[in-house]
Design a protein around this ligand. Sequence first.
Ligand SMILES: [Zn+2]
Ligand SMILES: [Zn+2]
Length: 319
Amino acid sequence: MPRPKKYVSRSDLGWGSSPASRADPRSGLVIHYDSTDQGLAGKDHSACLTYWRNTRNFHTGPSRGWADIGYSFMACPHGYVIEGRGLYRTQAAQPGGNSSHYSCTLATGPSDPITPEQINAVRVLREWLMEPDTSIAGTVLGHRDFISTSCPGDKAYRMVQDGTFAKAPDDSEGDDDMPQHRRFEKSGSQTLEPGKWASLAFDSRHDGETGEFYAVVGVEEKEGAYYDVSVGVVLEGVTPGAEVQIRATEYEPDGDGGWKIARNRPQNSPVHQGGMAHFTYSWKGNLAKGRRVRFRIAQFGESDAQVTSATTDVFYWPR
Ligand SMILES: [Zn+2]
Ligand SMILES: [Zn+2]
């Protein structure tokens, strides 16, 4: 992955190259926070730049007296990576690891949220630093792994420990012309009672998230989207000769915290052989704001059948 698309460089900030001494940190990335709540997630991105300038003034001022801002980078709640000392510089952020690891602050306090965009910014930064030029190890640590400190706060440290920051980024960040892509997979089996429609439940996502996913479009699209989805499903235990149907269904909020069917997309009836069915279908459509798309599936045999695996690729163009 090249330099993050959402990147604020030192020259964007009007800063020259960092006067800090040269280093070639290779051992990983260290996460930091601000010990005081900053509320940046609720403010415009310009507040992040003001914060960053103030931090540099503080770090180079009389109370710290450092050569430059202490950190290599900041990952802001709006999803930007903001350059501090940048590449190939010793830092002042984490004594014990200042020349062996890069540093990244979230600029959050104990009660500030850590936004999904911010998490993605750390992931994008990590992948970029792992490229051949800098080739850091993929290890992500917290400041408290070096010395006794509250940094990076309990919330962020849990994410350090559970591998949240070390996952692959959503590389569609900030690019509106290109279709965005998601993939959902199902490896656990799902029982289909005869003659009953069921929503297909996926259990993992391209970014490593696991859970129970029904909606494949519409979860994060705030203004609706044009979508193009395809799905492959394997069924076992279908009564020979029985019909199997799959459809993409758009749902909208029912006004009561749940979802109701807004419209069914055309359905298909794949032919199966010997009780096993493997089929692939695709749909395209314009999803209205607030709606979601699920796959629903039914089999019309004499007894229960199982969906044993499914994969869907989803391309969408947010409006
Ligand atoms: Zn720290
Ligand atoms: Zn920001």
